[in-house]
Design a binder for this molecule. Structure first.
Ligand code: AMP
Length: 249
């Protein structure tokens, strides 16, 4: 069974985003970029399934600028077998990415596609669900446990106030939540080895997919600045202030 793992190159989670002066988006010039953290978890899960002998090949896919090659090399260094970069200099919306992934799934016939539950740059949480709709495959989103059982996958999902377990017939779509696993660091020898693993470069046109944007971003603004706190003398004063704000009591 092949596993397809889509990985997105995003602003590193440690970097505080700066909004461009003209309010058109986040300034990505000269900032550290990394693999979306949920996608690292997806790569890790796919590699573990390969190590268990359940999967035969792990294919990492990224849609984005040529620099997304670095993100794919990271996936290869972690243990993916080969990679596909679909180059686009323009931002591709989740629907566009899902259409590309559908075309790749048609070509590669994976048993499982493991995506992150969301990309931390746009917080869309849409691509996996859209891919499930386009392929007609079952989806297990926000997975905290993934177990292959014959021609089914059992997915434990993190839902409000508890866990839900679903069984999906393969091929299926899984999206990862934070507690699924702890991704490994790529070792230096594996980083070196990854340099010679196959990385195919494609365009959306190669897959006959229209990725023209459907959305227009009207404005991006920084979060409101927090007002300064004040010191209170004792608990009574604190409780008094909370009551005055109408929060308690
Ligand atoms: P989103 O729906 O944008 O929050 O993204 C959810 C997941 O879809 C991500 O964690 C990735 O696994 C995948 N994904 C989204 N955009 C891309 C992209 N440009 N290239 C590869 N994978 C992507």
């Amino acid at each position: 069974m092949k596993i397809l793992v889509p990985v997105k190159r995003v602003l590193d989670y440690n970097v505080k985003p700066r909004v461009k002066a003209d309010g058109t988006g986040v300034d990505l010039a000269n900032v550290k970029m990394s693999m979306n953290p949920f996608d690292e978890i997806a790569v890790e899960e796919a590699i573990r399934l390969k190590e268990k002998g359940v999967a035969t090949e792990v294919i990492a896919v990224s849609v984005g600028e040529t620099k997304a090659q670095e993100t794919l090399r990271t996936a290869l260094a972690m243990g993916a077998d080969r990679a596909i970069l679909v180059v686009s200099d323009d931002k591709v919306e989740p629907l566009g990415v899902a259409k590309i992934l559908k075309a790749i799934a048609d070509e590669e016939q994976p048993g499982l596609v493991i995506l992150g539950k969301q990309a931390i740059d746009d917080d869309n949480n849409q691509t996996g669900q859209m891919l499930a709709a386009l392929t007609g495959w079952g989806q297990g989103t926000f997975a905290s446990k993934v177990e292959i059982e014959g021609d089914h996958v059992k997915v434990t999902r993190e839902v409000d106030g508890g866990l839900e377990t679903v069984s999906l017939k393969l091929p299926a779509i899984v999206t990862t939540d934070l507690r699924l696993n702890e991704p490994r660091y790529a070792s230096l020898p594996n980083i070196m080895k990854a340099k010679s693993k196959p990385l195919a470069q494609k365009t959306a046109a190669d897959y006959g997919v229209d990725i023209a944007p459907r959305l227009t971003t009207l404005k991006v603004v920084e979060p409101a600045k927090r007002s300064a706190g004040i010191k209170v003398a004792d608990v009574d004063e604190l409780v008094g202030k909370i009551k005055a704000m109408g929060i308690a009591g």
